[in-house]
Design a protein around this ligand. Sequence first.
Ligand code: NAP
Length: 481
Amino acid sequence: MPFENLIAGGWVAGAQYGLNRNPSNPDDIIGEFAQADSAQLDIAVAAALKAFPQWSTGPIQTRSDALDRIGSEILSRKEELATLLAREEGKTRKEALGEVTRAGHIFRFFAGECLRLSGEVLPSVRPGVGVEITREPVGVVGIVTPWNFPIAIPAWKIAPALAFGNCVVFKPADLVPASAWALAEIIHRSGIRAGVFNLVMGRGSVIGDPLVTHPGIAAVSFTGSVDVGRRIALQCAEHGKKVQLEMGGKNPQVILDDADLNVAVELSAQSAFFSTGQRCTASSRLIVTENIHDRFVQALTERMALLRIGDALAEGTDIGPAASESQLHQNLQYIEIARAEGAELVAGGDRVACHTGSGKPGYFVAPTLFTHTGPDMRINREEVFGPVASVIRVTDYEEALAIANDTEFGLSAGIATTSLKYATHFKRHAQAGMVMVNLPTAGVDYHVPFGGRKNSSYGPREQGRYAQEFFTTVKTAYVAS
Ligand code: NAP
């Protein structure tokens, strides 16, 4: 049975349909998913606009209860949802379980946040006048998400949007509609009014573009690539919309001579290769000082040899497939680019012939490590978005920091060191939105701000109480007393 869009409180057949495939086993069809057209988008936005007055001014207990029900249902169905997520995106079941759990916690966190929205009361500079500063919902929010976190990223945008009284039109990545549909179904069953939340599945060029420019959409929250993000920012500026962008990364992991070798190796393996490297916070540049360099490369290579690559759903798999055939080809292309640039391949470098079904092989690529790379090589400047990392050898901390910051991106940055002096200096001087000391660059909490600098992010931060900055607008009221 095909999976339909959720528009104006009902399930609506698609203008057309697309097939969703399992990247571990492309013969496994997960389902047929509706793709909306711009006429259906118009209906979704109109329904959201109609629902907005009541949702935005109604009791906050209603909103809090709905978000709590959504979070609780996600958590109670986490095993089933994790299986679906791993089957459609290719991260391992264990990683998928972590993502689903996080999505549930995010909804429960924002169930509380909508009760905590506060304002300020100030004396005026004029006698007999009081000043009140309050936050109000923005309106109908367009949410556009990528394929690599198909439930957590939608959750961390939809939950605050609803919590603070906005209505939502949500377009997930076309590659991963199943997790989005499952989330939409849970939101629908929470009992929120028709039109408050709408799901429009389909391609970015077909449905994403008209969503961003639609006159009924007051704000756009986007996560994805820099190219698409920039285009959306320009469109939003032109149409006077609020915009929030989370984009790519080329995150550095610095390893100093005084690092605990086991810690450095484990966190590097985690950051670079887990989730098949398909994380905006993955570290793909391992910047290593010279006295630990050879020992580190040797130990990391040994650790990589223990990583089990295979079906995302199989027990014991450490690294699942690339999420799509085109992502697999992008990984292999960058491996060729690095070789051509003169980098030395010390591990991986190939597609892994791993048949998990009877027909087409899955999109598996071996975790890959290059040494003898320079900071100006393309492999160290462009986001690969796969299990490919390169080592840059440096003489000391100062050179490591300079290279860590020498990038157009600024999402996450990590350091492995036992020195309080260097850890403290790095925390202050790494040009990134998130800094990790003796921890992987990937892996973040759901109750604190998430985001970066430079080309990684644009606009207010996501998550935690900082989310209210984007999903509310400030009003200053003057009252004669
Ligand atoms: P993408 O190609 O930019 O797509 C992201 C979303 O934008 C998808 O839903 C896509 O739709 C849609 N889209 C494409 N063209 C559009 C248009 N013209 N107008 C409106 N929407 C449009 O990115 P991706 O390949 O899915 O995701 C990978 C990227 O996301 C990486 O660069 C990664 O670093 C980044 N990312 C960043 C963060 C962060 O928080 N900083 C987190 C996760 C991922 P379709 O795909 O359906 O066509």
